[in-house]
Design a protein around this ligand. Sequence first.
Ligand code: NI
Length: 169
Amino acid sequence: MSILKTLQEPNPILRETAEPVKPENGSFLHLKNLCTDMRQTMKVLNGIGIAASQVGESKRIFLVDKQSFLDIDLPSDIFINPKLIKKSFKRVVGEEGCLSVRGIFGTVKRALAVTVEAYDLNNKKFRLSGKGLLARVLQHETDHLEGKLFIDRADPDSLHVYIKEENDE
Ligand code: NI
């Protein structure tokens, strides 16, 4: 297991449209190790989601932090080739940050609820519906796969710098 380097805006890899994962291409072991390292990296950096492009792999994979959603029975924390198949009309504003835009936060209007279809590490298809914070994370991470960052969608007046002080929790 290792902690991976997270690319920072304006790294061009963050702006690429990520490639679909094809099970017949590349090794399963590489995919498994990549996901393990991404999970570890997300935890160390206190992220609630991470996309493969953020660690330099332009692939359609993201992970969601299970610990942040203990009340939800996530079928998998690994989302391979995910697709947003449903989005509520109702949208809500909420604050976001990103491991690739370190120290910047801002508010983004997103669908209140979404349904995602994806594959887990065993290539089993699953469907997950979420609302609130989970829906927000699923949309934020799906955006990464299209080379979009939350700062593109954020209300420009809301963007602000927050540097964590040593005496913060
Ligand atoms: Ni992000």
